[in-house]
Design a binder for this molecule. Structure first.
Ligand code: CDP
Length: 218
């Protein structure tokens, strides 16, 4: 049977990663978290102490090796999964990901990962740019309070210090940057199915998506 590509896009805290991972567990298809790759590049640029606002700084991407294997992101074979969710990375990732040089590099890797495979890929530009011919495109949304509360709970569970109002501000700022950038902004693909997850459980959203996959594969 022909390969099946699922593109899942949406703003921060809309549930993309959790839902994609659950759909991946049910289908047995690989989940690719493209946000993790933008975060890894941001982490590396911070580590190298580069001027993040200068696109030329990212030429280091020509000299490093980025891999995504078993839900983990590697640069030069170093697993960065445990360091890419820090506040420092989160606060800078939208700046890094607005540069077309950075996007071109990562989009190429993402498209190669999807070749000849069934996959679930989540991000901001999957349905619009990375996989424009995806068999199913989902755009997840939820109101800002619910999205911030989800992040708040995640951080509390990880033993991190959090302030809900600060989190709402940070998420709003990141959404604005991601939606207003010139290169591949976060936007709803014309043929995407929009799911508002504000009042839905993870299970309910996953079931909806599985149903859509089954219907489209018939
Ligand atoms: O999980 P969360 O929604 O917080 O973010 P993420 O998926 O880890 O993505 C982090 C950031 O990477 C986003 O805020 C975007 O700036 C950028 N990103 C992007 O530009 N394009 C993608 N396909 C995925 C992420």
């Amino acid at each position: 049977m022909e390969q099946f590509h699922v593109a899942i896009d949406g703003p921060a805290g809309s549930g993309k990663s959790t839902i994609s991972q659950n759909v991946s567990n049910e289908t047995g298809w690989q989940h690719i978290d493209t946000g993790a790759m933008y975060r890894a590049v941001t982490y590396w640029a911070l580590k190298l102490n580069l001027n993040l606002a200068d696109e030329n700084s990212y030429e280091f991407l020509n000299k490093i090796d980025i891999k995504y294997l078993n839900n983990k992101v590697f640069i030069n074979d170093i697993d960065l999964s445990s360091v890419i969710r820090s506040d420092d990375v989160t606060q800078n990732v939208s700046l890094v990901s607005k540069f077309s040089f950075v996007r071109k590099k990562l989009v190429e890797i993402q498209q190669n990962l999807a070749k000849n495979k069934n996959i679930i890929m989540d991000g901001r530009d999957i349905g619009t740019v990375v996989l424009p011919n995806a068999n199913l495109k989902i755009f997840l949304t939820a109101n800002i309070k619910v999205r911030a509360k989800r992040r708040y709970n995640e951080k509390l569970n990880n033993g991190q210090n959090v302030n809900l109002d600060e989190l709402i501000n940070n998420i709003n700022t990141r959404d604005k940057k991601d939606s207003s950038r010139i290169e591949s902004p976060l936007k709803i693909a014309d043929d995407a199915v929009i799911i508002d997850t504000t009042y839905l459980s993870i299970r309910q959203v996953v079931e909806k998506i599985i149903e859509m996959i089954e219907r489209r594969r018939k």
